[in-house]
Design a protein around this ligand. Sequence first.
Ligand code: ZN
Ligand code: FE
Length: 752
Amino acid sequence: MSACSIRVRGVVQGVGFRPFVYRLACAYGLAGWVLNGDQGVEIFLEGADTRLADFVRDLRTQAPPAASIAEVEVQPTQAAGLQRFTIRESEASEHPTVRVSPDLPVCEDCLRELFDPSDRRYRYPYINCTNCGPRYTVVLGIPYDRCNTTMKEWPLDPHCQSEYANPANRRFHAQPVACPQCGPKYYLKTSNREVGGAAAQSETVALLGKGAIVAIKGLGGYHLACDAQNADAVSALRERKYRKEKPFAVMAKNLELARTIVDLSDEAEELLNGAARPIVLAPARAHLHGIAPESSELGIMLPYTPLQHLLFAEGAPEILVMTSANRSSEPIAYEDEAALASLSGIADAFLVGERPIARRVDDSVVRASVFGPVVLRRARGYAPGAVATFPNHVPLLALGADLKNSITLVVEGQAFVSQHIGDLDYFGSFQAFQQTIVDLLAMYDVRIDELLVAHDAHPEYRSTIHAAGLGVSDTVAVQHHRAHIASVLAERGEWDRPVVGVSFDGTGYGDDGSIWGGEIFVGSVRGGFERVAHLRPAVLAGGDAAAKFPVQAAAGFLHQLDTALDFSAPPFSFPRRFVSARELVKQKVRVFPTTSAGRLFDTVAALLGFTREMTFEGQAAMWLEQLARRGDTRGSYPFPFDGAELDYRPLLQAVIADRLRGRDVSEIGRSFHRGFAHGLWRCVRQICRERSIDTAVLSGGVFQNEVLLEDIKWLVHDSPLQVWTNHLVPPNDGGISLGQAALAIFAAEHCG
Ligand code: ZN
Ligand code: FE
């Protein structure tokens, strides 16, 4: 006989871990106890040595699907002579670092009951168990107990209570457990009436079938849903939402159907069907009118709530548009009254669920990239999971960038990245940003004055100004493009590895106050990054407005060529805005120096025909990528590197010459991408060689471009160098807060 104590860290609360431990201990005839401690699950075991070893092995290999074990610590200890195994009450904690699980899709067992007419939860849209259902979107505080969730208003009836209290039941301590007798319900609200129960679902299905737009309450907010194959419904949604061209995500009834709509690689299918159930970007097979204009990709997801399964089972259109319910640019609506008010002109009806949403969490967006899976918008299913473990314990809050904002809280070395928040220039998003700070701090029970606060170096960012107003004594400004590189290394826990970091994006505040966006660094997270090369500078006329008008960006970049060409004439046919921007450039009025790679891509988009205003961020670059994808050519344009500057002038000259010659624009687009990839790779190789570095890091919004990544991957193929990209946080500004956290923590170390 012997005994041991075990501590398990990771996502181990609210995922059925204690009942799993209980069953396992009983199966091996071991005595002892399990409890939720403040740093994870604590287990005490006594019994035969071999049985203890079996237990520890199974603990790792047979853990519940939603659990994510970070660490198992086993200590031999004194036996206590216990006779049986028990589940003990949670210990109240001072600094809870136990992780809140992300929300989970409804599981197979619950789905079976959902469609079983003899089950008490038959067709009950809030069915869940310890392996599935809401977590982050219902948690109000820690420890994760029912009284700390949005289900606290619904006392359990005797049946649910007996399941909840029985360690052998799969609903043992399932905090959001409910049934039709005791739990919340859904009802359908139209302009003139309200219906509840089964009629709410069947009428919703009927409305969707007729082409109506229905706002449907989900896990982290409302969706606007309509039949994706009904072109009139889709265009009505665009008109009412003021969303001209930005693609809509769709939800397909099941995986088989999804396969007919998009081309799914094994990796993409794994993402689509995985526990996060994100929106997956994949090449379109079917044409859905008005869903993703001018794009060869489609964003698709599978149903993840019981309600979504019910609607499809009852005959809802098999492909639904499921887009975040909001007016353009505002954050997703999640509170009933606000949703009803703000969406009244958009939705024909509202399918409202009574269970409140604790916090707004959008659907996540991912892609199976050539460099591996990448999260482009990190939200439902991923947040608030920890994405990195730091080697020291400086408590820190990083406020991110102003576009695609997310924040990162580091507690006891664990970096928790918030869900996607949005663009802080919009009032609603800025409010969400403030709420999320308060929320994360409360969840991990830390006070703002205990924290080191990291923010962007841009003095005019709202997040920077907010940092100054927090009343914290320690704040650290982190340069934007260094944060991009650090975000990749933080994901991997690589603090000391020297790398060549390529940070290419649209805009970020540089060391010299100019607009950076084509930067190459050498260094490590611990030692810091030195800027060793960059894109040849140009100027931007009118500053930030140039990000909306590719021809305005083009004015500055084309000025570098010293050409007398008239870009107002065909084949370019630039509008008047170009001429006025060129005047500003010539007279050096309201111009800002820039090394932005994003604006270079915009310039090429303009030269190849995208001369209008963008209706959403990144549109011109995406348009160019789609164009290039259709180009069938191995040709590439020159993009030389002189040891300090990447010179785009030969690239642009080649684009212009081929355009004048009448070459197919998609071939030109592809040759531009190839040339860009070749030139960049040669430059990276040269710096690696000179500095004896074997690893390159690519980050920044430009590296969301899959055609560019494919061209780079092809070059990396037969190289001894390794290339690292983002996987857990976005390469766009959604990953900035993690990079800020990493650089700020090591900067703090330097200062003692
Ligand atoms: Zn379940
Ligand atoms: Fe950026």
